[in-house]
Design a protein around this ligand. Structure first.
Ligand SMILES: Cc1ncc(C[n+]2csc(CCOP(=O)(O)OP(=O)(O)O)c2C)c(N)n1
Length: 351
């Protein structure tokens, strides 16, 4: 089973029989987000190289997969992202300055936008999967309309949490959509060493749920499949596993060097299937976008990113004592003691 859903081909054409599931304005809007996200990603990488932010996980190449999903969610849905779903966060209302604060180790960097059920990006691989199933189960018990969308990488499918989460969700028919961002690498481990199945999507059969493989660089297909899976969850028909086939152009994080484990030719090959380029081709061909709009938009993005950098750098750093204060509404005795000890340690160390 290696077929997949693709609506928008890399050359920017859509098959004449395909009904495009989005309005022209929505496609332009998606394009704008994808360009902003790419420029932010490049800027964040250079900020890290200058020592102005900490470790950062670039996502260039994966913009369509993230933006397509973000457009498919509804207001009350619960979203469980990983550290890499930065563009998704932007569309859902997480500001660029908050995102930078996260990379600066600031407590407020994990804050969700007001009124949006977006959790902080999970770093402990796959642990968000059973947690998300719990959230979906809660929605089912309460009888509300919210569906849950949980993200994880191809590497994370090797963890027990993946099995436990998918199995349990299918058994209780939880209103959840599992999205595997298959970017082909888990740090230096290639997909071929991660699983012996030809696809991630086919694993769904073992759990008794549908599995759909999608061209993750095609924002139209990502949107259409995710939207339908969320609707299915809302109708009470249970979970779906979606595999978004994509690629990360950059390093796993700023702390690794991909030239040591993968061929540059592979990266170049994927760049021919770039998600932003193909939507650009489609929009310009349809007369919905042009060079002039492109230049104006890029300029606006650069200004917004610059303002976000300045805002993040102006924000006071997290105080050590805050770490203890935000765990519970009221601090426990243990936390009060630990806070005192930490402060004393800091004074003694002169930091
Ligand atoms: C439980 C756990 N084990 C190991 C790690 C170290 N680690 C961080 S990212 C990563 C690879 C993740 O690959 P994948 O799930 O495919 O997601 P990607 O980073 O490619 O988006 C590893 C092994 C971790 N964060 N958590």
């Amino acid at each position: 089973m290696t077929e997949w859903v693709q609506l928008l081909a890399p050359d920017g054409t859509v098959h004449p029989d395909v009904a495009i599931p989005l309005l022209d304005e929505q496609l332009v809007d998606m394009y704008r987000w994808m360009v902003l996200a790419r420029l932010f990603d490049q800027r964040a990488l250079s900020l890290q190289r200058q020592g102005r932010i900490g470790t950062y996980a670039p996502f260039s190449g994966q913009e369509a997969a993230q933006v397509g999903c973000a457009f498919a969610v509804e207001k009350d849905d619960w979203i469980f992202p990983t550290y890499r779903e930065v563009a998704l966060g932007f569309v859902l209302g997480k500001s660029m300055s908050t995102t930078l604060l996260y990379a600066m180790g600031h407590l407020h960097g994990t804050r969700s936008p007001e009124g949006v059920n977006l959790l902080p990006g999970q770093i402990m691989l796959a642990t968000q999967i059973p947690q998300a199933v719990g959230a979906a189960w809660a929605s089912k018990i309460r009888g509300d309309r919210a569906a849950t969308l949980v993200f994880f990488g191809d590497g994370s499918t090797s963890k027990g949490d993946f099995h436990e989460g998918l199995n349990f969700a299918a058994v209780i028919s939880a209103p959840i959509v599992f999205v595997c961002m298959n970017n082909h690498w888990a740090i230096s481990t290639p997909l071929s060493k991660q699983t012996a199945t030809a696809t991630i999507a086919e694993k769904a059969a073992a759990y008794g749920m549908p599995g759909v493989r999608v061209d993750g660089n095609d924002v139209m297909a990502v949107y259409a499949v995710t939207k339908e899976a969320l609707e299915r969850a809302r109708r009470g028909e249970g979970p779906t596993l979606i595999e978004l086939v994509t690629y990360r152009y950059g390093p796993h994080t700023t702390s690794d060097d991909p030239t040591r484990y993968r061929d540059e030719a592979e990266v170049q090959e994927w760049m021919q299937k770039d998600p932003i380029q193909r939507l650009y081709r489609y929009l310009t061909h349809r007369g919905l976008w042009d060079e002039e709009k492109e230049e104006a938009h890029r300029q606006q993005c650069r200004e917004q990113i610059q303002a976000a950098v300045e805002e993040a750098e102006r924000t006071a750093r997290t105080r050590l004592s805050e770490v203890f204060e935000v765990v519970y509404g009221e601090m426990t005795e243990d936390l009060v003691r630990q806070q005192r000890e930490a402060e004393q340690f800091r004074r003694e160390e002169g930091r």
